[in-house]
Design a protein around this ligand. Structure first.
Ligand code: SF4
Length: 475
């Protein structure tokens, strides 16, 4: 069940927690619904009442997996939740999160956004020592490490476990009376804190706080452990030495919702600046600017503002094609794209059109979309991409195809333009991207540059030059 087209990179998870609130399970579920864009394969909740942790996970959207009846049955004032998009192919409930286990000190559940680059090595070592794993999910490694720890408190045991893993993780861990919120030392994936009526809230994006009326407090710092107690107390400390930040810049390009604040910056504002920078770098002689909805609308507004070319809604996205999709019995040409986008003919007819999109992965969907725009009457199509060419796979929790399937890994910009059959093609430069986030460093940009902040352990650096992404299943 992969409802989104293969022309996008995909975020793999969203996490949400509400601590010390009588409606914690319901509020967490609402927050997960706001994070649905980060994962549609499965959803789950783990709830604690001071004595025990209960959990429920199911395949499907939040509204399918966490029905009213299910949520009513989970009693407690602490809750963590998770939405997942999987890289592991077929739907698999075993890998849904939160992963809930019972060990010598009671019950424990984890919700993880990111990808551990040394999970395979650690898992192999533990299996050789007799450990049994229930899932093929890298997050389970963390639970095993916590269970083995001799630290006296659960948060110190978690910190000890986290010092043994490498990679990207923004995670939530719940036991009967505590929720721990932790972020990896480089801060690959976002995680923020908010407050609601004296309760603490943690979420991947601030749009989840908005959904439940919570007030944004701050982001969880890279390498920080926040311990939220059932009685409302909050402790915070650094569990890891400081490291150079590697926040995922693709959150601004595509993953995060424009109404969110990520890494302390408004996604909408950054995305508009990307469009403006693109307009300055690659203006076009054209009549209208359109964005590929919904993710590129914001950048296309920025492009229009700088170039003075009129902005129009030229493509309408169908949000309701859903997961249970019935193919027509008769082959409809370019159906995979038509089911998602429909052109507004009178906007495009006889016009020279600038199409702004956030990225090109394989190029197959864009090629069909260009054809549909031409069939709607556009006389010229000038494609502008509000990020640099994606030339490398991601190893930090984003579902990217193997490298050879990325069109920009093996084709020049003119070659890609010829394949897409556009009149002109331009990408935003790395400098333009960095100026849009108003920083010179602190971000991971490896899918654009191949400069990976952390190499997977157990394999040489040259793994990144191979055409096969590591097989560690991601959370
Ligand atoms: S490689 Fe790209 S998608 Fe992956 S974390 Fe880095 S910037 Fe984000």
């Amino acid at each position: 069940m992969k409802p989104i087209d293969s022309e996008r990179l995909h975020e793999e998870c969203g996490v949400m927690a509400v601590v010390n609130h009588p409606e914690a399970p319901r509020l967490t579920t609402l927050g997960l619904a706001a994070l649905q864009h980060r994962g549609q394969e499965s959803a789950g909740l783990a709830v604690a009442d001071g004595h025990v942790v209960h959990s429920h996970r199911a395949m499907g959207y939040v509204s399918d997996a966490l029905t009213d009846e299910v949520v009513r049955g989970l009693k407690g004032h602490l809750a963590i939740g998770h939405v997942r998009y999987s890289t592991t192919g077929s739907s698999n409930l075993r890998n849904a999160q939160p992963i809930h286990v019972t060990y010598k000190r009671g019950s424990l559940a984890i919700a993880h956004n990111g990808n551990l680059v040394n999970a395979q090595t650690l898992r192999r070592e533990m299996e050789n020592e007799g450990s049994i794993f229930n899932t093929t999910n890298d997050s389970e490694v963390i639970l095993h490490l916590v269970a083995r720890s001799r630290q006296e408190t659960i948060d110190r045991a978690l910190a000890e476990a986290l010092r043994q893993v490498e990679g990207a993780f923004s995670l939530l861990v719940i036991n009967p009376d505590t929720v721990m919120v932790a972020r990896d030392p480089r801060g690959f994936r976002p995680l923020c804190l908010g407050k609601l009526d004296g309760a603490w809230v943690a979420a991947s994006e601030t749009c989840a706080l908005d959904m439940i009326g919570a007030r944004y407090e701050r982001q969880v710092d890279p390498g920080e452990m926040v311990v939220l107690h059932a009685d409302g107390r909050m402790d915070s400390y650094r569990w890891a030495d400081e490291q150079p930040a590697s926040m995922c810049i693709f959150e601004y390009v595509y993953f995060s919702r424009p109404d969110s604040t990520i890494y302390g910056r408004s996604v909408d504002q950054v995305r508009r600046r990307m469009g403006e920078a693109l307009g300055r770098e690659a203006p076009a002689d054209a009549d209208v600017v359109i964005g590929v909805p919904d993710s590129s609308n914001t950048a296309s507004l920025g492009y229009s503002r700088v170039t003075g070319i009129r902005w129009e809604l030229g493509l309408i996205r169908n949000h309701y094609v859903g997961r249970t999709f019935i193919r027509p019995s008769q082959e409809v040409r370019d159906f995979s794209v038509r089911k998602k986008y429909n052109p507004v003919r009178h906007v495009l007819q006889g016009k020279r059109v600038v199409v702004v999109d956030d990225s090109i992965v394989r190029g197959t969907t864009m090629r069909k979309l260009v054809k549909i725009i031409r069939q709607a009457g556009a006389t010229e199509v000038h494609l502008r991409i509000s990020s640099p060419p994606i030339t490398h796979s991601c190893y930090y929790g984003i579902d990217t195809p193997i490298r050879r399937e990325l069109i920009a890994s093996s084709h020049t910009v003119p070659e890609i333009a010829a394949y897409l059959q556009v009149d002109s093609l331009a990408y935003l430069s790395i400098e333009g991207l960095m100026s849009s986030v108003q920083a010179t460093e602190g971000f991971c940009r490896a899918c654009f540059t191949g400069e990976y902040p952390i190499a997977p352990s157990g394999v040489g650096k040259d793994v990144f030059e191979s055409e096969t992404a590591p097989q560690t299943p991601s959370s």
